[in-house]
Write a protein that binds this ligand. Structure first.
Ligand code: UD1
Length: 421
């Protein structure tokens, strides 16, 4: 297993190109199941999760060919509408095949994702929504087994704002008989990107980007091309890394509009942010001011940026509070940050961070994707060497992270873990 070695204490400087968004790519890949005709995608990131999902789709009958950032998918013969446990357990986004499979071939067998490191993460709203559209669903031997001759449009109120739930139901509704309305829908930019891809495929969708999405079903979808949106979380992670190291960097090909809540908080942290089209430059006015954040569905502050802000707050002036409202167990990075000298207390879903003078390098362990990003930032801040283990979490969601940070002047290396024997 690989590890990252970081010699911290250097400010980040320079330019970095932002990759396509993981959280937009994964649902869009699943959308390829909805049509027999090809879907040509651009700006697809080179990530472990993308490879895993492509493998899952290939097992169902999808043909995939990749050339750099371009990926073409076609599914003329969907012969195996089934997602096995072995692949689903490594990546929860696999649940996004459920809606498309049911809509295209009237049946699906998808392993229940089960718990994961950041909390319980149920899929009851996906199931209830599909049942409202006429599907018969049973749980058998750990699998969701779903059937429907043809889904029919329905009015569905989502009790909780769910990103993957909204995406699953929106995809299913594109081929349903009649009109579906998703109320209290997720407004995340990645949901909008998926909607735009589906529209390019011939779907009739309105209201994406708001909390009421209306989908009028059509008999079939057709060939299309789509450019995946830039990754707002990768963007935010680099911005925080620059702010936390008193750096000065420019992001190219990013999506400033999708980053508003994060940019507001960075300005509060004492950063100057300049925007020029799809570029963003960040530099600091002076020392980091601590900023308190509360996670909530878009357009509020994203749960996927909480851990990175916590790392920055560890060495900022003052005491800050981070409240996590989306997931019940998303503070696993705290005990690792403490190993670097951070002063953090947890009370329920709240972390209280008292800024310290500096962090010191240490050996730490990555526990989930965004927690890993916070450890990288902490390692960049800390004096001395930080060794991060289990970085496969990071490889799931950050494209070539050590090359990109190295290009910004960080002293960061990937090494193979020494063998235990
Ligand atoms: C969530 C985040 C998303 C982030 C992703 C990975 C939100 C709204 N969603 O998306 O931004 O990229 O994690 O970190 O911030 N829920 C149910 N029943 C369901 C589905 C969800 O109760 O059927 C609950 C979940 O337990 C959670 C909340 O709804 O508390 C949001 O879940 P959801 O948006 O589905 O999670 P992800 O799609 O994984």
């Amino acid at each position: 297993m690989d590890q990252l070695l970081i010699a911290g204490g250097r400010p980040l400087r320079g330019e970095v190109r932002i990759s396509g968004a993981k959280n937009a790519t994964l649902p869009i890949l699943c959308a390829s199941l909805l049509s027999a005709e090809p879907l040509e995608l651009g700006n697809v990131p080179d990530l472990k999760d993308v490879d895993t999902l492509v493998r899952l789709l290939q097992g169902m009958g999808v043909e995939a060919s990749r050339d750099g950032r371009h990926l073409t998918l076609a599914c003329p013969d969907l012969h195996t509408p089934m997602a096995p446990y072995d692949l689903v357990k490594t990546m929860r986004a696999s649940i996004l095949v459920l809606g498309p499979l049911l809509a295209r071939c009237g049946e699906a067998r998808v392993s229940l994702p089960g718990g994961c490191a950041i909390g319980e993460r149920p899929v009851d709203l996906h199931i209830k929504g599909l049942e409202a559209m006429g599907a018969r669903i049973a749980i058998e031997h750990g699998y969701i087994v779903a059937q429907a001759e043809r889904l029919r449009g329905a009015r569905i109120f989502l009790d909780t704002v769910t990103v993957t739930g909204t995406e699953n139901l929106m995809m299913a509704a594109t081929l349903a008989d009649g009109v579906t309305q998703l109320e209290n829908a997720a407004r995340e930019p990645e949901v909008t990107d998926l909607a735009e891809c589906l529209i390019a495929m011939g779907a009739r969708i309105k209201g994406h980007g708001t909390d009421l999405i209306t989908i009028e079903g059509v008999p079939r979808l057709h060939r299309a091309a789509h450019q995946v949106m830039p990754d707002r979380i990768e963007s935010g992670t680099f911005l925080v890394a620059a702010a936390a190291t008193q750096g000065d960097i420019t992001l190219r090909e990013t999506c400033p509009d999708a980053l508003q809540a994060v940019l507001d908080k960075l300005q509060e942290a004492n950063a100057i942010v300049d925007r020029d089209g799809t570029s963003l430059r960040i530099r600091m006015r002076g020392p980091n001011h601590g900023v308190s954040v509360r996670t909530a569905p878009h357009p509020a502050f994203p749960t996927d940026m909480q851990a990175q802000f916590m790392a920055m707050n560890c060495v900022a002036e003052g005491t800050t509070v981070i409240t996590e409202t989306i997931f019940e167990n998303r503070f696993m990075h705290v005990q690792e940050l403490r190993r670097l000298g951070a002063n953090i207390e947890i009370e329920g879903n709240t972390a209280i961070i008292r800024g310290v003078r500096g962090l010191e390098g240490a050996d730490v362990m990555a526990t989930d994707l965004r927690a890993s990003a916070s450890l990288v930032i902490a390692g960049l801040i800390a004096q001395g060497e930080t060794r991060i283990e289990r970085i496969y979490h990071l490889d799931r969601g950050y494209e070539h992270i050590e090359a990109k940070l190295g290009g910004l002047g960080a002293d960061i290396r990937r090494v193979a873990a020494p063998r235990a024997d």
